[in-house]
Design a protein around this ligand. Structure first.
Ligand code: GDP
Ligand code: MN
Length: 390
């Protein structure tokens, strides 16, 4: 299963605004929502421009969402083509009109918070312009990495080493090292988990320019970056994740068939593992939190059942601060208003478990005794929904 960490994506133009604030070489540009605005932007910039779809997915170039325009009229035409275009299921509502550069070489440069090496890791490759996942799959030896020491921090020799590794001309290696330093700084300052320039280009006249930019921000740190938090694009959020966030639930959508309602992030992870071990696949990670009340349970069920892949739900509740009777009441009160019926398996232990089980029994639901039993049961009913426990 792909574990998707909780981060917030922002648009290229927003990432470029942030990085331009650090003095990085970024071609000037303006955002446009109509062809007329794109024409005006191209007039202000002068010369050839590049018109770029602003959507929160990669591979816009391949999808036809990045086009050069030699004149303001052409910029308006290209903007008309791109606005309204569908890129990987997202409708383009804005374009960035930026000064075009003459590209000699495209390089990949990314700074990530790498869990495997437990350090900020800088990755560079001479194979820029293509998605890094593709390079990693096909020619992994072309990706060069250095780790930033957690205490000593980034040192310029590391950037120069990378410059050497990927064949940056000697006279540009100091510029390159400075850009690397700035990206590490930006990652730290903004609590980002990724800052990526792909491609970083060497121009025909021998300068370095950042012509694309991507920043993923740590969701859990946004409380201390109010201005960044406001950059969230609600139009492109997964609707279920948005509904969950607004209901105060921590939720990540996955692609399995078993909906999970769990209290506590650790228990949620263990639950997903147990479902996998029992041969099933979880449809989501969902933590209703400690002290969860009936309303949270109802919200959680509504969000989970909106996912058409879900054909069974497992409740795994360990009552500490959370009271089992409160959760049981939430389950029972949600039942009549559910959009559809699926088998539900409940494991309920801890504070007020007897009261909780009694409430479930009265509603015709049975609580499983152990996490393992519950998990095996939910996998069984998910595989043949007609063999419902209900
Ligand atoms: P992505 O496909 O979503 O990553 O979008 P990018 O911003 O990376 O653009 C894709 C490709 O378009 C780049 O790899 C370049 O080859 C090309 N491109 C983007 N901007 C320019 C530019 O200013 N001049 C030229 N010649 N090509 C550009
Ligand atoms: Mn790119």
């Amino acid at each position: 299963m792909v574990w998707s960490p909780l981060f917030m994506k922002i648009h290229e133009f927003q990432a470029k605004d942030i990085l331009a604030g650090y003095g990085l070489p970024i071609p000037p540009g303006h955002v446009a929502t109509t062809p007329e605005e794109a024409r005006a932007a191209a007039e202000r910039i002068g010369g050839t421009v590049v018109v770029k779809a602003q959507v929160l997915v990669g591979g816009r170039g391949k999808a036809g969402g990045v086009k050069l325009a030699a004149t303001p009229d052409e910029a308006a035409e290209k903007a008309a083509d791109i606005l309204g275009m569908d890129i990987k299921g997202i409708t383009v509502q804005r374009v960035l009109v930026a000064q075009a550069v003459d590209i000699a070489t495209e390089i990949y440069l990314g700074v990530i918070l790498d869990r495997t090496s437990k350090a900020i890791t800088i990755m560079a490759s001479a194979e820029g312009g293509v998605e890094i996942e593709e390079v990693a799959r096909e020619t992994p030896e072309k990706i060069h990495r250095v780790h930033v020491h957690p205490l000593a921090g980034y040192a310029d020799y590391q950037g120069r080493q990378l410059a050497f590794d990927i064949g940056i001309p000697k006279d540009l290696s100091r510029d390159f090292a400075r850009i690397v330093r700035t990206l590490v700084q930006a990652l730290n300052d903004n609590d980002a988990e990724l800052v990526e320039i792909n491609p970083l280009v060497i121009t025909e006249d021998g300068t370095i320019q950042c012509i694309d930019a991507k920043i993923n921000l740590d969701d859990n740190a946004l409380y201390r970056h109010k201005a960044l938090a406001e950059l969230r694009d609600h139009d492109e959020e997964e609707p279920a994740e948005r509904a969950a966030r607004e209901a105060g639930l921590s939720f990540v959508k996955l692609d399995g068939t078993i909906g999970c309602v769990v209290n506590g992030a650790g228990l949620a992870m263990a639950t997903m593992d147990t479902i996998k071990l029992s041969g099933g696949s979880p449809a989501n990670f969902l933590d209703i939190g400690g002290g969860a009340r009936a309303e949270s349970v109802e919200n959680a069920l509504r969000i989970i059942l909106d996912d058409e892949n879900v054909n069974a739900v497992l409740f795994n509740i360990f009552g500490g601060i959370t009271r089992c009777d409160e959760v049981a009441r939430g389950i029972v009160s949600a039942l009549p208003s559910l959009s559809r019926q699926v088998p539900m398996v409940v494991r309920l232990v801890g504070t007020n478990q007897e009261e909780g089980r009694e409430i479930l029994r009265e509603a015709g639901l049975v609580a499983a005794d152990s996490m393992q039993a519950a998990s095996q049961e939910v996998v069984r009913v998910a595989a043949s929904p007609e063999a419902s426990a209900l």
